[in-house]
Design a protein. Structure first.
Ligand SMILES: Cc1cc2nc3c(=O)[nH]c(=O)nc-3n(C[C@H](O)[C@H](O)[C@H](O)COP(=O)(O)O)c2cc1C
Length: 363
């Protein structure tokens, strides 16, 4: 697993039997995930079905540990997005930063889908991070970002090392621009090595923390059947890793969750990337601000996907509170809080992650 999100790098040779047994299952899981990404064609639905189509698009957003920590309530011309605190992750995300960033990602997808379906969406974010999206009729506009909603994924594979043209970096920066959110691009080799050092320190801190490991293991899905049953969590197959019978995997997983293998994985990921974008915001932060960070990140992710790029997050140095300020200083971002580390490049598509059914997230 490339840990959590990350998934098992469990001694592949020893587990080859499990991997082979998992092949068909994996293909089925991938087919199911692709089916889940079929959005209702704009113009094909009206009334409550149209609002459900918007929620469907919202649920394809990324969420930390794939917790899908959101609840939607439909009004006549509003959709409310609220945190589902039963899905919070107190070990990796004690202040719910990632949880509210995830809500921001979902909001951005919903807004792009609304436009494609002929609705102008105006989100109001309350101080507690609750979001009310007002919807008003507008001429339908199908954007490249809308078309990227289903294609976007967190791709934890190695990329091919190709650099990005300066104009493309600029395009990503423009897409993510938001008041109160600072972006820093690191694309020089020395800078990427410094990111890697910080990521390695983050992995070491996290994997020596029993609470972090226990929580991670709870969100891991070890084979396609387990992933399909829950429709959430981190499935090894999504990182190109072998499936294992869950009864066996749960017994042995802790032995294989080693900082060294995670660092090796991140080294390959970062050295093959074109660069990294760091998103940062006011250290005073809070839910409202973090929703804004999530929206900016999701616009970046959709723009990158539309441009044929792949991306994934590598946040360990930001998830260990004591490592955040040194990271900010090292990249000239102090006194801001660095929120997200996004690596970007050209790479392969991996199997898609699953989602829970709409009934599970609509109140
Ligand atoms: C706030 C936030 C933090 C995340 N942090 C990481 C991370 O550090 N490493 C990683 O591999 N994935 C990270 N992810 C990606 C999620 O694991 C991923 O979105 C989820 O598994 C669903 O998969 P998808 O993005 O391919 O749809 C993060 C996602 C969010 C929204």
């Amino acid at each position: 697993m490339t840990t959590r999100r990350r998934c098992l790098t469990l001694g592949a040779a020893a587990l080859a039997g499990g991997a082979l047994a998992g092949c068909d299952e994996r293909a089925e899981q991938d087919a199911a995930a692709r089916l889940q990404r079929r959005l209702a064609p704009p113009g094909s639905v009206a009334g409550a079905d149209r609002l459900r189509a918007l929620v469907h698009a919202a649920t394809l957003a990324p969420s930390s540990h794939n917790t899908q920590c959101w609840r939607f309530s439909l009004g006549a011309d509003t959709i409310r997005i609220a945190a589902d605190f039963s899905r919070r992750c107190p070990a990796v995300d004690p202040d719910d930063h990632h949880l509210f960033v995830s809500l921001g990602c979902a909001t951005e997808n919903l807004m792009q889908a609304a436009l494609a379906h002929g609705l102008q969406a105006e989100p109001q974010v309350a101080a507690d991070g609750g979001i009310t999206v007002a919807l008003a009729p507008t001429p339908p506009r199908r954007t490249a970002a809308y078309d990227a909603i289903a294609a976007r994924q967190s791709t934890r594979a190695a990329f091919d090392g190709r650099p990005l043209a300066p104009a493309l970096w600029q395009r990503l920066e423009d897409a993510a621009a938001a008041e109160g959110v600072t972006l820093q691009i690191v694309s020089d080799r020395a800078g990427l090595e410094r990111v890697l050092d910080a990521v390695a320190t983050g992995h070491r801190a996290q994997l020596s923390d029993a609470a972090f490991v226990d929580e991670l293991v709870r969100w891991l899905r070890f084979d396609a059947a387990e992933a399909a049953r829950s429709g959430d969590g981190l499935f090894a197959g999504c990182s190109g890793q072998p499936s294992l019978p869950p009864w066996l995997a749960r017994r042995i997983v802790r032995r294989f969750l080693r900082a060294d293998s995670e660092v090796a994985r991140s080294t390959e990921q970062l050295r093959s990337s074109a660069g990294v974008v760091i998103l940062a915001s006011d250290a005073a932060g809070g839910p409202q601000r973090w929703v804004g960070v999530g929206r900016a990140f999701q616009r970046l992710a959709l723009e990158a996907t539309a441009a044929g790029l792949r991306l994934s997050l590598l946040n360990p140095p930001l998830e260990v509170a004591r490592l955040r300020a040194p990271f900010a200083s090292a990249f000239g971002l102090a006194p801001l809080r660095p929120d997200l580390i996004v690596r970007i490049g050209y790479g392969p598509r991996l199997p898609e992650s699953l989602r829970r059914p709409l009934e599970a997230v609509i109140a």
